[in-house]
Structure formats: structure tokens, C-alpha cells
Design a protein around this ligand. Sequence first.
Ligand code: HEC
Ligand code: HEC
Length: 264
Amino acid sequence: MARAALSGLLIGLILLVPAVQAQTAAPRTFEDSMAQRSLACTHCHGAGGRAAPDGYHPRIAGKPAIYLYNQLLNFRDGRRHYGPMTQLLAPLSDEYLLAIAEHFAALQLPYPAPLPHKSSAELLERGRTLAYQGDASRQLQACAQCHGQNLTGMLPHVPGLLGLPRDYLNAQLGAWRTGKRRAHAPDCMADIAKRLQPQDIEALASWLAAQAVPAGSAGAPASAPTSAPTSAPTSAPTSASASAPRGAQNPATACGTARSPQRP
Ligand code: HEC
Ligand code: HEC
């Protein structure tokens, strides 16, 4: 079943190449055919990429395009590990992956309500405090400093932290901690995850997964509208406060991201 879906997708993706090239001439045709041809992605990632109900296959719809693009490169190039995705993406070019990323980023679909949970109030409060204040005693930055005041992400490449299942969050933070998941250097999340104890990860994953996603939230643009993410301050602030002045440079501009492929 999965194998059939995968080979169907591969054929669809190969057929798509001319459609990508014709993109500027006929954007509508491109949109429609991408929707058709991304069916194997949505087979695992849920209708329109809004996540599968199994609590693991993550949402891809509406995430920042450059974040999605970075992840597709990460799976293809071995910084993230999930066999079926790596195989699927192996033959595809950077241009192609950017087109897929832009397709899913443009899909604004409603988020489901958070699942019921049995976490203690104490655990949730610990998660909330770490997310908004971090822990200055061990130079742990607040998640909100990079992921936005509402934790709904920052364009162009920082994803939101709400609307993700607890198991998925646990697995991702654990994978960063052990070096199994990596991002483009400098890999800010590897540094953050190594400062987190297993109890912190449990608290963060539990609290984040229990929050509703605010209506109409898409990632806010980073304050400095720069195309070159490397033009960032050399040292990210370590003070853990969510009350950074509005308009302050988001420390995530110093984190690694891929350079977009040149388009003809
Ligand atoms: C066989 C099932 C399967 C298929 C097919 C599949 N994915 Fe995935 N995908 C996964 C799983 C599982 C993960 C999470 C892996 C992990 O990190 O543990 C994932 C992760 C991702 C992520 C990272 C999400 C995030 O928030 O970091 C992106 C982006 C993604 N997939 C896009 C795609 C696209 C685009 C396609 C189609 C070209 C696709 N996937 C096809 C199973 C699948
Ligand atoms: C210095 C900036 C920075 C801080 C602080 C930060 N993050 Fe991140 N985070 C990032 C960036 C950049 C990415 C995208 C990494 C990539 O491209 O894979 C990311 C990605 C993530 C992801 C992956 C989401 C997904 O869909 O797979 C999770 C989970 C995450 N961060 C959790 C946290 C938590 C929890 C905290 C607070 C303890 C935190 N982050 C603090 C910059 C930051």
C-alpha cells in the first residue's frame, strides 16, 4: 500500500518537472497539478497536509515555506532520518523541493482543537515557564524569543510550536538532543535541546500540545526583512525573557537555513 503510494508519487513528481518550468506562464495549472501529484504526501500527512490523526505524522500545511524546504533538504541529505521520505526525495532537485514546500506553505487549513490530556497542572506550568521565560540559570533562551510571541512561528524559516502532537514534539526534541536530527549550521535547536533535561522536554511537549492554535495565525515576519540569514548578530542574547522589545532582531535569524535555489 505504502509502496504503491510512493511509486505513484514518484511518477507524479517526475511528470511535474515541465509544470514547474511553466510555473510563471500558467500558475493555475501548476497549483492544480501539484495538488494532484502531492497525494502520496497527504497519504501519510493527512488531507491537504493537515496531519494524520495518529498523533505522529506531522502537519505540513501552512508552515513557513523556507522551513518546509529546509526539512525536505534535511531528509534528502541525511540531517533527518525517516527512510520512506528520504527515498522519496532522493532523486529530486532543490528547485523541485522548493516548489513542493511552497505548495504546502500556501495551504491555510483550520487546526483541530488540542487533544484531551492528563498532565498535571505542575508539569504544564513548568512547560509554560520554559516556553516564555526559558531558564537564565542555565542560559536557556525562551522558546518565544525565536518562535514568536504566540509561538506560532516567524517567517521565513522558524516553525510554530502549537498544533503539534505531544509524541511528535517529544521525539523531535529527543532526536536533537542525541544528534539524530540536525538542521543547517549553526543548528540553534541542537544547542537548545542539549540544555533540556528529559523532564523539561516532557513538560514542554505536554504544555505545547495542550494549547489551541490562535485563529488566523501564520508566522510573523522576522523584524529585519533580510534575504541573507547570515547577516545576523554574532552572539544571540542568552537572557531568557519573552519581553524582548517589539521590533528587536529575532535571534533565529542567526540560525542556519538553506539558500534558496536560483530561479531562471
Ligand atoms: C510513508 C509516509 C510519508 C510520506 C509518503 C511522506 N512523509 Fe513526510 N514525514 C513522514 C514522517 C513519519 C515524518 C516525521 C519524521 C520524523 O522526523 O520523525 C515526516 C516529516 C515531514 C516533514 C517535516 C515536518 C516538520 O514539521 O518538521 C515535512 C516537511 C514532510 N514530511 C513533507 C513531506 C512531503 C512534501 C511529502 C511528499 C513529497 C512527504 N512528506 C511524504 C511520513 C511521510
Ligand atoms: C535561537 C532561536 C531558537 C530558540 C530559542 C528556540 N528555537 Fe526551536 N527552532 C529554531 C529554528 C531555527 C528551528 C528550525 C530548525 C530546522 O530548520 O530544522 C526550530 C525548530 C523547532 C522545532 C521543530 C518543529 C517541527 O515542526 O518539527 C521544535 C519542536 C522546536 N524548535 C522547539 C523549541 C522549543 C521547545 C524551544 C524552547 C525550549 C525552542 N524551540 C527554542 C530556533 C529556535
